[in-house]
Design a protein around this ligand. Structure first.
Ligand code: AMP
Ligand code: MG
Length: 437
């Protein structure tokens, strides 16, 4: 067996960012910018009102209260209209262009006697200074300015920032295209009827979803029978279409564990089979295979569903994140406390125990899952950070018991030895997205 860190060091160098490509903004979501994105237009593109009120000449209202003659109405989207001359005001709504001559906006709440018609007179009750409630052109971003820099991940708000500045296309590191292929003669696709000795292929849909969650583009390559030639042909055919390949099953020492054999055959010296000092997910194989347009990392994960998920988390996900040039490649790690004992025997391995995370009980209250305020110290009722959480092991820790993985918020790292007592600190790899994993 080799330590987990040694195993990870083998595959880590395969995670080099994919070459940058220019894509339309609509396709950039979830990608990382490979170069600074310059603004095509200023934001805002024109001086506009920050308030509903009256556009005025600030000098006119210095001695407020003062009555002005209302000479027009501008709404968001309408033209600024005639200039505001001394003694005049224009009724203006938020986002509407500030007419020439005006240099400030009085909030409607600080006026009286005005109407929605944009005619008549208005009494400005309070003076405004030059520039007050006016958003000057380019106040947020000037034309040609860097909107966002290289290395920024394009999420919803980044998209909005780029869109507002008129960026039509950006240079990004593309998401890696990751093929998923499961092996196993016993497998049936979801929805099919189970014959004798058959089970549903749960790993393939799980891995497709894990790839997507990690920021990759998942490519479903179906299933291969447990046959060396068939599997070799499937892998060979996929190499030209993906940036990485993830296989499930067949990496152990069973009679039909063909992934190991095939990767050895195709990968030569670059193929590795490992027994990693962890539980679950001990067996793992991998290879860097030559495809038509470059070398493709191939990962062979164990077939037991929990092992497959854990192996993906520890061995594959960080590499895929690096290929996408993501700033964070690892799931967050919290130091929690064991809510119940986590017994184990010394076996030279790190145990990854599926746990549910809960905030500690408030004084006199019940334990609060999803009630982070209960931990105290909340700012503005927005909850607290990851300290003080309790990790409770899920029932059913066998590597075939995927249900408990479905219940778990994370994997507690229980080091080699005799296990943990209730209350002991324990590192937890947080896998639940809802908790920030
Ligand atoms: P293997 O790694 O191929 O020896 O498989 C180990 C265990 O995982 C066996 O009980 C398999 O039936 C099961 N298994 C393998 N592949 C899958 C899969 N895609 N979905 C669910 N279970 C699987
Ligand atoms: Mg198998």
């Amino acid at each position: 067996m080799i330590p987990l860190a040694t195993a990870r060091a083998v595959v880590r160098p395969w995670g080099t960012p994919l070459p940058a490509a220019t894509v339309p903004l609509a396709e950039a979501a979830g990608c990382v910018l490979a170069a600074p994105a310059p603004a095509a237009v200023a934001v805002p593109p024109f001086a506009n009102s920050a308030m509903d009120g009256y556009a005025v000449r600030s000098a006119d209202v210095a001695g407020a209260p003062v009555t002005l003659c209302v000479v027009g109405l501008v709404l968001a989207g309408s033209a600024a209209g005639a200039p505001v001359l001394p003694g005049q005001a224009v009724r203006i709504m938020t986002g509407a262009p500030v007419p020439e001559g005006a240099d400030a906006v009085c909030m409607v709440e600080r006026t009286s006697g005005g109407t929605e018609t944009g005619q008549g007179t208005v009494v400005v009750e309070q003076a405004v200074s030059r520039g007050e409630n006016v958003r000057p052109a380019g106040a947020d971003v000037r034309r040609g300015d860097e909107v966002l820099g290289a290395g920024v991940e394009v999420g919803p708000t980044q998209l909005a920032a780029l869109l507002s500045a008129g960026c039509a296309a950006v240079l990004v590191h593309p998401r890696p295209r990751v093929g998923i292929l499961s092996t196993g003669d016993e497998l049936v696709d979801a929805g099919g009827a189970l014959g004798p000795a058959q089970i549903y292929d749960s790993n393939r849909p799980m891995l497709l979803a894990l790839v997507a969650e990690a920021g990759g583009t998942a490519v479903d390559l179906g299933r291969s029978p447990d046959d060396v030639d068939a599997l070799a042909a499937r892998i060979g055919g996929a190499l030209g279409t993906v940036d990485a390949l993830v296989l499930s099953g067949g990496v152990s020492v069973g009679d039909v564990d063909v992934v190991r054999i095939v990767l050895d055959r195709l990968g030569g010296a670059e193929a590795r089979w490992m027994q990693i000092a962890i539980r679950p997910a001990k067996p793992f194989s991998c290879a860097l295979l030559q495809g038509p347009s470059g070398r493709v990392p191939v990962f062979g994960l164990p077939g037991n569903p929990v092992s497959s998920a854990v192996s993906f988390e520890l061995m594959v996900r960080p590499v895929l994140r690096s290929m996408a040039a993501r700033r964070t490649t690892e799931r967050p790690r919290w130091t929690a406390r064991a809510a119940a004992p986590m017994p184990r025997r010394p076996d030279g391995r790190l145990h990854l125990v599926r746990v549910v995370l809960a905030a500690p009980a408030p004084a006199g209250g019940s334990p609060g899952r999803g009630e982070p305020e209960a931990a105290g110290g909340s700012v503005a009722g927005l909850g607290v950070g990851p300290s003080g959480w309790l990790a409770r092991p899920c029932p059913g820790q066998g590597s075939h018991q995927i249900r408990s993985m479905g219940l778990a918020d994370g994997l507690a790292l229980v080091p080699d030895g005799d296990g943990l007592s209730e209350g002991d600190p324990v590192e937890v790899l947080v896998t639940n997205r809802a908790l920030g994993g």
